[in-house]
Design a binder for this molecule. Structure first.
Ligand code: HEC
Ligand code: HEC
Length: 385
């Protein structure tokens, strides 16, 4: 790192600047030497040649040739300035945009280094997110996580699925992702990384990680295709395990349970079913990080209205402080499944970051799943009671 990178990073302008600086420095030295030498040869003649005793130009010379020359020089300088300044001004917006882009690229690089595995030589910044979440955040598993009982006594070790993160911006906005990174998921292998959560990363490092995650997102269309692929894998794996699903809604609710597909990133069970993430699930929707869903028809009552409101809620996810259903209040931890959550400038000052695609936020179809897939899941959920 360092000097080599810095040299490579200098722009054409700075190189030209350094050349000019060098030429000026050489000229100053040459002028000084010449002056010094001519001064030497005049030793003894100061009385005649002292500047204040030298006869100056006569009026004739001063007011004709010399004045003209000075005025011409002033005019040329002024003309140069009046051309160069507007040119500079014209170039300024793109210069600023490029600078922002450059900074963002650096942030992403730094986040990428932190995401990777630690290596004293090749990647000293590495925090090993990839160890659990897979290379490029494609999903993985946290091996040998120790489960304890309420008193902190050892129960057993389990392998806990770690969700794919290459779709995390489709289900959470920046502020919500930042929250997970700062506080972790304390009941799970996911550590707290931010200082507020007891970790060691400062705000900028957390931002850099989020920027890196944003940079590896797949498109909603690619995610939809993944779901179709994952559904086929999951149904086959369930049959093989001797527990075939009765509906696509049930299989989607559990997407990844038997197949480990995408570390369970597209599933509901990983949050709503106790034991789901380590292959030891209890009844679907029995409640874990997310609430028990067996009485969900009381939260969203009505065979038509309630169903639609529940589909909307699952599509849009929860927003901090916002009401949902009859007596629900969102915390921003329930992900959005078929609509990429919009930025909230109040809670998210980073919303003005460059290169963050904003166009598709909140649009139907901009999330991980289609509304039809969510409808099937909701139908399954409402039968859980
Ligand atoms: C020891 C394993 C482990 C490490 C290391 C780890 N994570 Fe996690 N992470 C998890 C697990 C497991 C979950 C899911 C927890 C759960 O079941 O709710 C998770 C959840 C997340 C989530 C929330 C995703 C979602 O949709 O719920 C994000 C974002 C995340 N991790 C980012 C990171 C980043 C960034 C790093 C590195 C700084 C990191 N993780 C390091 C295991 C890990
Ligand atoms: C990352 C964890 C997580 C995942 C994954 C998740 N949920 Fe949730 N869910 C929550 C949390 C947390 C809440 C509580 C609301 C809040 O805190 O904002 C919730 C609330 C809900 C509720 C309202 C329940 C009530 O009675 O208040 C429904 C319905 C729901 N989720 C359905 C789903 C469905 C369907 C899926 C999968 C498509 C899903 N959830 C995936 C965490 C999750």
């Amino acid at each position: 790192m360092t000097s080599m990178h810095l040299i490579a990073a200098t722009t054409v302008q700075t190189s030209v600047g350094y050349v000019l600086l060098f030429l000026v420095a050489v000229a100053v030295v040459v002028y000084g030497l010449a002056n010094f030498r001519s001064g030497k040869s005049e030793v003894g003649s100061e009385v005649v040649l002292a500047p204040n005793r030298k006869p100056y130009y006569n009026d004739q010379d001063m007011e004709t040739k010399r004045l003209d020359r000075m005025l011409t020089m002033a005019f040329v300088t002024l003309a140069a300035i009046s051309v160069i300044l507007p040119l500079y001004w014209l170039n300024e917006p793109s210069r600023q945009a490029n600078a922002l882009r450059g900074y963002n690229a650096k942030f992403i690089d730094s986040g990428k280094a932190m995401f990777g595995n630690n290596d004293a030589v090749a990647n000293p910044e590495g925090l090993g997110c990839a160890l659990c979440h897979g290379a490029n955040g494609a999903g993985g598993v946290a091996l040998k996580y120790t489960l304890t009982d309420a008193d902190g006594r050892f129960l057993r070790q389990v392998d806990w699925q770690a969700p794919a993160l290459n779709t995390v911006s489709l289900r959470y906005n920046r502020a919500q992702i930042r929250y997970v990174l700062v506080y972790g998921r304390p009941f799970s292998p996911m550590p707290a990384w931010g200082v507020l959560g007891g970790g060691s990363l400062d705000d900028q490092q957390i931002e850099n990680l989020v920027s890196y995650l944003e940079s590896i997102q797949i498109s909603p269309q690619a995610a939809h295709a993944e779901v179709v692929k994952g559904l086929a894998l999951e149904k086959a794996a369930a049959i093989k395990a001797g527990h075939p699903y009765k509906s696509d809604g049930e299989a989607l609710f559990n997407l990844g349970y038997y197949s480990d597909f995408a570390g369970g990133a597209y599933s509901c069970g990983r949050c709503h079913t106790q034991g789901w993430s380590y292959g030891d699930k209890t009844n679907d929707g029995s409640g874990a990080f997310g609430p028990n869903l067996s009485a969900v028809t009381q939260q969203f009552p009505g065979a038509v209205l309630g169903v639609n409101q529940q589909i909307d809620f699952v599509c849009q996810g929860s927003e901090q402080g916002k009401q949902y259903g009859v007596h629900g209040q969102g915390s921003g931890r329930m992900p959005a499944f078929c609509q990429k959550p919009a930025y909230n400038p109040d809670t998210d000052p980073a919303a003005s970051q460059p290169d963050v695609p904003k166009t598709d936020q909140g649009d139907p179809g901009s999330g991980m799943m289609t509304r039809e897939q969510v409808r099937q899941i909701v139908a399954y959920e409402r039968g859980l009671g």
